[in-house]
Ligand binder design. Structure first.
Ligand code: RP5
Length: 156
């Protein structure tokens, strides 16, 4: 058993965690397909401009359901504070992420070559969540606004 009192160890451990956390992403940007990247890049650019650490991942709620669930379940523990999720068509990704995390989720409805009514399909899929599982929904293809909102959430 160590003779060293706990108080001598704790500050060192805490400062190590503080260092680790400094560069860790605070916002996760996820999207349903690589084809969403051009639209979603605006979110990453805005966060970069504001000096907010973030990460960008492609994962589909329909094609990679287990990946999405695992990402969302681990997000808070990994230090993320907000998740921005963009998807087009039957845009399930933001809602599925919200189902697996207590973090605020901002959905970005996206247009794609097969969109119906200019992205109304994705807009309704994201906004019309059931009671108790909210997703904040920005305008169609408004990834930059999602980043601005994420920044406001982080600073509140
Ligand atoms: C959605 O289907 C994606 O978010 C994307 O907007 C749309 C089309 O996906 P791809 O067929 O281009 O992969 O799930």
């Amino acid at each position: 058993m160590s003779e060293r009192p706990d108080t001598a160890v704790e500050p060192e451990v805490e400062s190590e965690f503080a260092e680790l956390e400094e560069g860790a992403p605070r916002v996760g940007i996820v999207m349903g397909s690589k084809s969403d990247m051009p639209a979603m890049e605006a979110a990453a650019e805005e966060l970069k401009k504001q000096g907010i650490h973030h990460e960008v991942r492609v994962m589909s709620a329909h094609r990679d359901p287990d990946v999405v669930a695992e990402y969302a379940r681990n997000a808070k523990m990994r230090g993320l504070r907000v998740i921005i999720a963009g998807a087009g068509l039957s845009a399930a990704l933001p809602g599925v992420v919200a189902a697996h995390t207590p973090l605020p989720v901002i959905g970005v409805p996206l247009t794609s070559s097969r969109s119906v009514a200019g992205g109304l399909d994705a807009l309704l899929s994201i906004a019309q969540m059931p009671p108790g599982v909210p997703v904040a929904c920005v305008g169609v293809d408004s990834a930059r606004n999602a980043a601005v909102l994420a920044a406001r959430i982080l600073s509140s």
